[in-house]
Design a protein around this ligand. Structure first.
Ligand code: SF4
Ligand code: SF4
Length: 183
């Protein structure tokens, strides 16, 4: 099997070479498509992560709706929303389409996924750095929420991060098992 050297855990995907990015997406996608039984755990963990994000979504939306319309800051910029390799693995493990930009992107431009009606993709497909980012205004509102609601949110968020790490470890373990099978 060809050496799989395109993935470096935790690195940001560079948007300045869309052709290389497309090759990477196809490569990772082919693992899940051709060897679903080898990557079974990663696939199942990615679904758990998605379900947690779906549960977190209404809480985050509530405070974003209260805060963002009054804000003049533009935080949906490419530089704040870049996907990492880890996000790519998670999205493809879910068997969803990875949102490849149609051109090379510049850091200071508005995020390529931003439309007049807001973000065009559901929260569970957004980059972790985007879902993870809570500006101080939103955070202040969240912290003022009922203690139990905030605690549940915080626990669920930490659980999602834990599962994500678990899913990535499982992916890389499966990848080395696959190499072992093919040698
Ligand atoms: S997330 Fe924070 S900084 Fe971004 S638009 Fe909303 S209130 Fe403004
Ligand atoms: S992915 Fe969506 S929420 Fe995140 S920066 Fe881009 S438009 Fe904004």
């Amino acid at each position: 099997m060809e050496k799989f050297s395109l993935i470096n855990k935790g690195e940001i995907l560079l948007w300045n070479n869309i052709e290389e990015l497309k090759k990477l997406v196809d490569k990772v996608d082919s693992f899940f498509k051709n060897f679903p039984e080898v990557f079974e755990d990663s696939i199942s963990l990615s679904r758990e992560i998605k379900n947690i994000i779906l549960k977190l979504d209404p809480f985050i939306e509530l405070y974003a709706r209260k805060t963002c319309p009054k804000c003049s800051n533009i935080c949906c910029l490419n530089k704040n929303s870049r996907y990492e390799y880890d996000d790519l693995i998670y999205i493809l493990a879910l068997r969803e389409e990875f949102p490849v930009p149609d051109r090379n992107l510049k850091e200071k431009e508005p995020c390529y996924l931003l439309t007049e009606k807001g973000c065009k993709i559901p929260r569970y497909l957004r980059p972790l750095r985007c879902n993870w980012y809570f500006c101080s205004d939103i955070l202040k509102e969240m912290e003022a929420s009922p203690a139990r609601a905030f605690r549940e949110f915080s626990n669920a968020f930490n659980r999602m991060l834990y599962l994500r790490q678990h899913m990535l470890n499982s992916f890389f373990q499966s990848l080395s098992n696959l190499k072992g099978l093919e040698n």
